[in-house]
Ligand binder design. Structure first.
Ligand code: BMA
Length: 333
């Protein structure tokens, strides 16, 4: 299976911030990869939970050594660009069943903080929803999905009286190969989830041929819920492309608009990607090159900040005007 990766470029409405937001070198505890960060702005400050994989260098990895573990770091910032990292990791789970939690996405809802993680367990990958205390020091597990499911993002408001999330189940038998789509479900209490609806099928996205997944908690706008997602293309002729012997996927960022009252309904979609791996730090030097993985959007005046990982190695920032992002979704093209 091949894919013409030269077909698409990042949208001109997006500006990349030149400096990284966080790299493993910034982290005051062992860190090999610092990425996939949930970020919100609350009480005038930016709060970040980030994934930290540790215990191996690129060279050691090439000789067969593996990561020792994954923990979750915490950082704060007054401007959303310069973050101060807590001296110790904030959270990690490892027990007989759960091997690790990772890829936090934070939602503030009615003054409470919820974090959706992916959880690797002995019986598959599950979406885990925790409530965090206001200081993000304690986490209470509210619910875990059945396997395999991940990339959960919780809407920042209840809709029609219920909590709502986007999620990405992974049906491996029925579709012949990776063909993973974006779904939505709701809950009266963040514990019992049901009423599943398909939101976007991978076949609806013209610029990918593999899988899609929700990225950041949706942003409420006058026109609808603005959502970004990762969109993956696979080319089996790709070879070494990062630390691993072979890495054949590429992760772009897509954008859609969902109906405010009925968010399972897509009311706008850009037919081209919002961002494509292009910058030097996106296409080389990463654990997995050519992987853009966003987990947070923050509205800052008329601008939307998109925090994403480059190459599963470091956290980066790109921004765009909200009006431009909405136009991408709604302009016929
Ligand atoms: C996904 C997840 C993410 C990762 C991404 C790109 O499947 O494992 O944690 O960032 O792949 O490698």
């Amino acid at each position: 299976m091949t894919f013409d990766e030269n077909l698409y470029r990042s949208s001109k409405v997006v500006t990349r911030y030149d400096e990284p937001i966080l790299t493993p070198d910034d982290v005051p505890f062992p860190s090999s990869l610092t990425f996939n960060a949930g970020i919100i702005k609350t009480g005038g400050k930016y709060v970040m939970l980030f994934r930290n994989d540790y215990g191996v260098t690129a060279e050691e990895f090439s000789k067969g050594k593996h990561f020792e573990g994954t923990n979750i770091g915490y950082a704060e910032s007054s401007d959303g660009i310069h973050f101060k990292i807590d001296p110790k990791p904030r959270f990690a789970v490892r027990n007989d069943e759960i091997l690790r939690v990772y890829d936090p996405r934070i939602t503030e809802l009615d003054g409470r903080f919820y974090v959706a993680f992916a959880a690797d367990t002995r019986h598959g990958i599950r979406g885990a929803i925790y409530e965090a205390t206001n200081d993000f020091k304690d986490f209470e597990l509210l619910s875990m999905s059945t396997p395999d499911n991940r990339n959960m993002v919780i809407f920042p408001e209840k809709i029609n009286g219920n909590f709502v999330r986007l999620e990405r189940p992974m049906p491996v038998y029925s579709r012949g190969r990776d063909c993973f789509d974006i779904w939505l479900s709701d809950s009266p209490d963040l514990r019992y989830w049901g009423n599943p609806h398909l939101v976007l099928g991978v076949e609806d996205v013209p610029y990918c041929n593999d899988k899609i997944g929700p990225a950041a908690p949706p942003l409420k706008t006058d026109r609808g819920w603005l959502c970004i997602f990762h969109a993956v293309d696979l080319d089996t002729s790709r070879g070494k492309n990062g630390w691993e012997g072979r890495w054949q996927k590429r992760y772009c960022i897509g954008i859609i608009l969902l109906d405010l009252k009925n968010p399972q309904k897509v009311i706008g979609m850009s037919k081209v990607p919002l961002m494509v791996p292009e910058a030097p730090y996106e296409i080389s030097g990463g654990f997995r090159d050519n992987a853009l993985f966003p987990c947070a959007m923050v509205e800052e005046g008329e601008t939307v900040r998109i925090y994403y990982s480059a190459g599963d190695r470091e956290i980066r920032l790109a921004s765009a005007k909200l009006s431009d992002l909405l136009a991408l979704c709604t302009d016929a093209r």
